[in-house]
Design a protein around this ligand. Structure first.
Ligand code: GP9
Ligand code: MN
Length: 414
């Protein structure tokens, strides 16, 4: 437990979030839809290919949402599951392996269990095998009340492609299941069609393939466009079924879809001669869209990452920090959000610099600069990862006391 105290002391060194007066508690008691947009990278947003928008629905939705344009995925080998892990725990995933497999029996202070104390019901919807990524076990650990996996869905050869049930059908069936949940609920939805190797059915093609000759790269745009359409259908279904007004929507890209193995094609697409380590870091941006019905849209350039979603959500729901467990991220709407985001491989981004492969770049231009500019952030970046890893390896959150006992302990210490 003294290791936990070290980690907590470390976290207390960074200033406490000062939540936005305007937004704290704005979504109190509303349903939450958290949507994982499979392999969706930021570079397709508001971009055209052959004169056509790649994500027309999202481009519109962003106009009426909080959109974080400098939001990075921070996943490692656990891919989708690592992103899920960060969303719910505000801890980093592990440097190797998937924490969903290796530490599924730990104690966590995860969003579903925190929200249970606020009267929420929580569920995950994903039309895949329940055991994939060890989810069945991990969801139990994290405090989810139910996991609607494959067996809850009507899956046929006609409504499937690639990895399984097509997203449009997934969303349609999911809304039918979600509308019967106890409310308020916290519902996580995991999409699947826009998954490598980006297979699609001809009848679902709404945009041409790109023409680099790199097959999966070229197909990516077709399945991204399909995911965009599926999201449009989802909002239609949610509205039709009376779930729109009393819900908020948090949508995030889970991780990159195009790896560095496709740099040649990526260079062609972006009209760049070379994809530098700086570019590779910038390509790890994924969309984060927070849609709150009735709120006007705003695009924010805060340097941010998946680790920040849990504290952001809890503040929107009016859950105060004493009930939020241990978090490495920060409320994205806080006035004093630190401008540093650390990727799992140790690269980091500040408002001024990008650090990648031992090189310091100016963030705005991608020009290499003296490494002394990045040095002040290097320890903090490394320590963040290390303390988070130690919490997971040592299962340290089992030493967290329930709130009432904590108060007694604090009094005793005074
Ligand atoms: C499978 C889905 C995709 O259930 O989460 O997994 P990924 O390969 O992206 O981690
Ligand atoms: Mn994924």
């Amino acid at each position: 437990s003294s290791d936990l105290m070290d980690a907590e002391k470390y976290l207390q060194q960074s200033p406490k979030d000062i939540p936005s007066d305007e937004l704290y508690g704005i979504a109190k008691d509303k349903n939450v839809f958290l949507i994982s947009m499979e392999s969706l990278q930021g570079f397709v947003i508001n971009r055209k290919m052959f004169g056509q928008e790649i994500t027309p629905f999202l481009n519109d939705l962003i106009e009426d949402s909080y959109y974080f344009e400098n939001f990075y995925h921070q996943t490692g080998q656990g891919k989708t599951s690592d992103a899920e892990f960060m969303m719910d725990n505000s801890l980093y995933p592990l440097p190797s392996g998937a924490v969903y497999f290796t530490h599924a029996n730990n104690t966590y202070t995860a969003t579903p269990s925190i929200l249970k104390d606020q009267g929420y019901y929580s569920a995950v919807f994903h039309a895949n095998d329940a055991s994939f990524w060890n989810r069945e076990l991990m969801y139990d650990t994290l405090g989810y009340d139910n996991y609607f996996a494959k067996e809850y869905y009507n899956i046929t050869p006609e409504n499937s492609v690639g990895w399984g049930l097509k997203d449009i059908d997934f969303f349609k069936q999911t809304v039918q299941l979600a509308k019967d949940l106890p409310q308020p609920f916290y519902a996580k939805l995991l999409t699947l069609t826009n998954h490598h190797p980006y297979e699609y059915s001809k009848e679902d093609q709404m945009i041409p393939e790109f023409n680099s000759g790199d097959g999966s790269f070229d197909r990516y745009f077709v399945t991204v466009r399909y995911l965009d359409e599926a999201l449009k259908n989802f909002f239609d279904e949610v509205k039709k079924n009376g779930l729109y007004e009393n819900s908020i929507f948090i949508m995030y890209g889970d991780h990159y879809g195009i790896s560095e193995n496709h740099n040649r094609a990526m260079g062609e697409f972006l009209n760049k001669e070379e994809i530098t380590p700086y570019d590779s870091v910038q390509l790890q941006k994924v969309p984060l869209i927070i849609h709150i019905p009735g709120q006007e849209g705003k695009t924010l350039d805060t340097i941010s990452g998946q680790i920040d979603v849990k504290p952001t959500l809890l503040h929107l729901l009016g859950v105060d920090d004493s009930q939020a467990g241990v978090n490495f991220g920060h409320d994205l709407f806080a006035e004093n959000k630190p401008q540093l985001t650390v990727l799992r491989n140790g690269s980091f981004i500040t408002d001024e610099y990008v650090f990648a492969q031992e090189t310091c770049y100016e963030r705005e231009t991608g020009v290499e600069v003296d490494s002394a500019n990045c040095e002040p952030f290097q320890d903090k970046a490394a320590n963040d990862l290390q303390y988070s890893d130690e919490i997971i390896y040592g299962d340290l959150l089992r030493f967290i006391l329930p709130e009432n006992e904590q108060e007694d302990a604090d009094k005793a210490a005074e």
